[in-house]
Design a protein around this ligand. Sequence first.
Ligand SMILES: CC(C)(COP(=O)(O)OP(=O)(O)OC[C@H]1O[C@@H](n2cnc3c(N)ncnc32)[C@H](O)[C@@H]1OP(=O)(O)O)[C@@H](O)C(=O)NCCC(=O)NCCS
Length: 173
Amino acid sequence: MSVIVETQRLAIRRLTLDDAAFVWELLNDADFLTFIGDRGVRTVDDAIEYLNQGPLEMYERLGFGLWCVELRVTQTPMGICGLLKREWLDDVDIGFAFLPEFRGKGYAFEASRAVIAHATDVLGIQRLAAIVAPANARSQSLLGRLGMHYRTLVRAPNGDHDVQLFTLGIGET
Ligand SMILES: CC(C)(COP(=O)(O)OP(=O)(O)OC[C@H]1O[C@@H](n2cnc3c(N)ncnc32)[C@H](O)[C@@H]1OP(=O)(O)O)[C@@H](O)C(=O)NCCC(=O)NCCS
């Protein structure tokens, strides 16, 4: 198991193809579909393809990506949290999503803080971004508690709606 960072309650590790069933469940969660989008993952085999072309490819190319967040004591995969480099955004951005039963417990905040610390202290990333749907109040609240600030609306080249861009920079007030 390739652990990136641990916190009091959580282990953040690389996703593997063994996580395909968990990823299938997460990517078909109603809030994931509403607020992040439909990745077209209908079967566990689709999830394997998503993992290969998404997170696993990014680990190989950049050394980071979306990681799996587990409860340390039970090693239960609860969500994903990590770093992405999108072609259309200048900065690396942080992303997160948890299964419904693992929300409202502070896990996303705890994982995100650890990922931000890893990004700045280990990877030397000076500025982080996040993109969020305008209606995604829970995510906006989390970004605010992480010290991130709303900047502007942006739209992905193939997107059909604007998203909010947040940033967090060292020394930013
Ligand atoms: C966005 C998302 C990750 C936020 O998850 P979350 O669990 O609400 O976020 P946090 O980890 O910050 O948890 C905060 C909540 O945990 C509660 N909590 C319980 N125990 C806690 C603890 N030990 N420490 C901190 N907070 C705790 C807080 O009171 C707060 O509750 P509230 O929302 O009722 O006020 C989650 O809603 C999600 O997965 N959504 C679907 C995917 C998505 O939209 N991703 C974001 C795309 S931009």
